[in-house]
Ligand binder design. Structure first.
Ligand SMILES: *Cc1c(COP(=O)(O)O)cnc(C)c1O
Length: 375
């Protein structure tokens, strides 16, 4: 594949730095980097390599198929499949020795039969809904699942987990409420829990704001990719400061000047009120630079901010460079996400223009464009 004019650059040193920040905060807890969604758009295998070198104890993916890719790439850490299992994914679970979340008892006897037939043992993590209100068993159903796993051959209880719905809001009482529901349920069955069973609940929000929730293992995602779970602004502790990992750039395909009163692009959603110099950018919603950024976003040209004017279309976007008094030429680099000169456009800032969160911005840009690893 030839190079596109649009580039996503991933900084391995920033990944390493962010992992170190998480390690520091995690204390004695193990770290399971979440590398689902192709590493939140940063490349699952490449990121997992960095985290493995830094000592990650496990990896978290959404589906068994992603776990298969990690195994084939040579990782031997436990790989946790967070969305659970259907009969057709059992093949991958067994073949690649993946560790699935167990959300109810439906699959248990079939899984046990298949494991025995294969001569292997499958480790399971019970996924409890302790207040997330999305997926899993209720806390009161944990004991029954623990007992059934114990009785069935070929299966063992490797962990029990839950997930926080609001750990990004550090003044919300919800997190400690969910945490106590989880720990209370565990306490009641303490003597039935096998040794080595890993208890885990903290995502980035839990890790950064609620020390007591770290338990045996933490599951950071967004913080490893350089964004704070609560977005910006944030009063970051010096030694908790994260580095953005992704940069998204394009190149000016044309510089042109239009008269005052010119309607720009589809729908003429912007009309110039002065003689305007435009940079035409070969990027659009096909590349994840969504239409909702029309007339809202800013880009960096020669280290200065230029507003996006008119509709973002499939492959073309316009930036108003009239106020930038340097010699801007066709071919010059334009930064859509990341640093140029003294300024930086963050994923959180783009997310605010798109009315979404940094997670979605990173997935869109990273997974729709060619990635380059720069250090
Ligand atoms: C995605 C995910 C995480 C990571 O959350 P961040 O907010 O990105 O840190 C942790 N746990 C589960 C179950 C997840 O699905």
């Amino acid at each position: 594949m030839s190079d596109s004019l649009n580039r996503v650059e991933i900084s391995r040193s920033a990944l390493r730095h962010n992992f170190t920040v998480c390690r520091e905060l995690a204390g004695n807890a193990a770290i399971m980097p979440m590398v689902k969604a192709d590493g939140y758009g940063h490349g699952m295998v490449e990121c997992a390599r960095v985290f493995a070198t830094e000592g990650a104890e496990a990896f978290g993916v959404a589906e068994a198929s992603e776990g298969a890719v990690l195994r084939k790439a040579g990782f031997d850490q436990p790989i946790f499949v967070i969305v659970g299992i259907l009969p057709e994914t059992l093949g991958d679970i067994l073949k690649y020795k993946l560790t699935p979340a167990l959300v109810d008892g439906e699959i248990l006897s079939e899984l046990s039969d298949r494991a025995v037939l294969n001569g292997t043992e499958v480790g399971l993590h019970i996924k409890a809904d302790a207040g997330m209100g999305r997926q899993g068993c209720l806390p009161e159903d944990i004991p029954d699942l623990v007992n059934r796993i114990e009785k069935l051959p070929g299966l063992y209880l490797a962990g029990i987990m839950a997930h926080f719905p609001m750990a990004d809001e550090f003044d919300s009482p919800n997190t400690l409420h969910v945490f106590s529901r989880f720990t209370k349920a565990i306490k009641e069955i303490e003597e039935n829990i096998p040794e080595g069973c890993i208890l885990h609940i903290a995502n980035s929000g839990g890790l950064f704001h609620f020390d007591e929730t770290r338990l045996n293992m933490v599951r950071p995602g967004i913080s490893l990719y350089g964004c704070y779970p609560e977005g910006e602004p944030r009063k970051a502790d010096e030694n908790e400061s994260l580095e953005p990992v992704m940069k998204f750039t394009t190149r000016i395909i044309q510089v042109r000047t239009v008269a005052s009163g010119s309607g720009l692009g589809y729908g003429h959603t912007f009309t110039t009120v002065r003689k305007t110099q435009l940079a035409v950018l070969p990027v659009g919603y096909e590349d994840g630079y969504l239409r909702s950024l029309s007339n809202k976003a800013e880009v960096l040209v020669h280290g200065r901010r230029a507003p996006v004017v008119g509709r973002v279309s499939m492959n073309l976007t316009l930036a108003d460079i009239t106020d930038i008094d340097s010699d801007i030429r066709q071919g010059d680099e334009v930064v859509l996400l990341g640093r140029q000169g003294d300024d930086i456009i963050t994923a959180d800032e783009i997310a605010s223009w798109m009315d979404t969160i940094s997670y979605e911005v990173l997935c869109l840009f990273g997974n729709l464009n060619r990635r380059y690893y720069v250090d």
